[in-house]
Design a protein. Structure first.
Length: 145
């Protein structure tokens, strides 16, 4: 029976089309490839949330490979915030098949750290998820006052 991970707050931002170069010797999605996609997605999400391009991955918890994907499958990567630290953001992630919603990989905890220009941890001042559209609307409102 396929495992379908139920997440009601997870937002799926990125889709990937599994191509021949993404496969291992068994003809299934290479684990290293999907981990690279997860790390990239987590970093991009954190850059947007923390409003800083200098963000690095510090920690990734146990990675649970639940099923696989094959050439031609479309997968999507979901990210959810666990918490905001002083200099960090903690996320969880699910990679699933877009068409069936069958979970392929889950990662319970990914910690990314906000850095200053010298590469040292820097407080980010964030405490909740913010959306770019809301930031832009707020900025426009402030400019029109």
């Amino acid at each position: 029976m396929p495992c379908i991970f139920k997440s009601f707050t997870m937002r799926f931002h990125t889709r990937k089309w599994v191509k021949p170069e993404d496969l291992n010797a068994n003809g299934t999605l290479f684990g290293g490839k999907v981990l690279s996609w997860i790390d990239e997605e987590a970093v991009m999400y954190s850059i947007i949330q923390l409003e800083n391009k200098k963000v690095v991955t510090k920690y990734m918890s146990e990675i649970n490979f639940m099923s696989t994907a094959v050439e031609g499958d479309i997968i999507e990567i979901g990210i959810d915030v666990i918490k905001f630290g002083v200099t960090s953001i903690s996320l969880n992630c699910e990679v699933r098949n877009k068409m069936t919603h069958e979970s392929i990989v889950t990662v319970d905890n990914i910690i990314l750290v906000n850095l200053d220009d010298k590469g040292n941890p820097k407080a980010h001042g964030k405490t909740k998820i913010e959306y770019v559209k809301d930031r832009l609307a707020k900025k426009e409102k402030e400019e029109n006052v």
